[in-house]
Design a protein around this ligand. Sequence first.
Ligand code: TXD
Length: 309
Amino acid sequence: MARAKISLIGAGNIGGVLAQLAAQRELGDVVLFDVVEGLPQGKALDLSHASALAQTDVRILGTTDYADTANSDLYIVTAGLARKPGMSRDDLLATNLKIIRDVSQNIKRYSPGAIVIVVSNPLDVMVWALKEITGFPRERVLGMAGVLDSSRFRYFIAEKLGVSVRDVVAVVLGGHGDSMVPLPRYCSVSGIPLQRLMDQPTIDAIVKRVQGAGGEIVGLLKTGSAFFSPAQSAIEMAESILRDQKRVLPCAVYLDGEYGVSGIYMGVPVQLGAGGVERVFELELNASEQALLKKSSEHVQGAISSVTL
Ligand code: TXD
């Protein structure tokens, strides 16, 4: 059976790590695209030089020509500016929207049947814009944010409790921003509810750190934002789609009445398989959790309403 074709739009910090992870997991042949001449070609060649050592036979092509991405099975879009200290994700909106318009039109032209994972910020608006511009069904356009936010949540819980991060389950819903909704009630360590293992002030401090984790990295790096963990997160989603694993992961999806919300993207648990978003799970939420999710959805709705496609 032919290998899958994965096109990575954006060969920057995240794009480069995506290409390496996709190749090392042999998820498919990789096309690394960017508008900066030489950047995708250089990174693709560098990665290919490592293929004998990484024991991978996938092909990695660097290009600035969208035609090379034709008939891709999956796109992962990281094209766009990243935050600098003092910037919010929303500050990137105007610039990155122009970029997403161009990306959307080319994806629609060259791979009308592809599944697309959007990473670019502000995530919830960028993924909504790509869906609207391409006209693809919601099953085939999703955003990466919740996998990263819940991975951060899992790490902080494991670090505090001194347990393996592998045994920590954590859930984050909502928009990818300060209004995201970590859900301690749905967190556990090997089935032991988190609230049996940690007092509320400790939980609250961890929730706050999860909400600010992206900004914490930007403040440390000063020249950009996180890229190892976002790339790892997007690859988890890509692998579940390309290998039809049916994983249940928190992803930004287009809601059509779920959680009482319609017409916007938000992070919720979904089943990911060959069909893309195959099922949306609705969690039972208490009054305070519902209020937080409503606030998050209103923030996303407000950002989307400010956009002219
Ligand atoms: O959880 C999440 N979703 C976020 C997403 C986590 C971290 C970073 N988040 C966002 O991803 C970040 O705010 C940015 O909007 C994107 C990409 O972050 P990255 O760190 O990879 O940014 P870089 O290194 O600046 O790479 C962006 C590349 C760069 O090489 C540009 O030349 C390229 O995008 N670019 C384009 N590629 C294709 N087409 C167009 N038009 C284009 N314009 C710029």
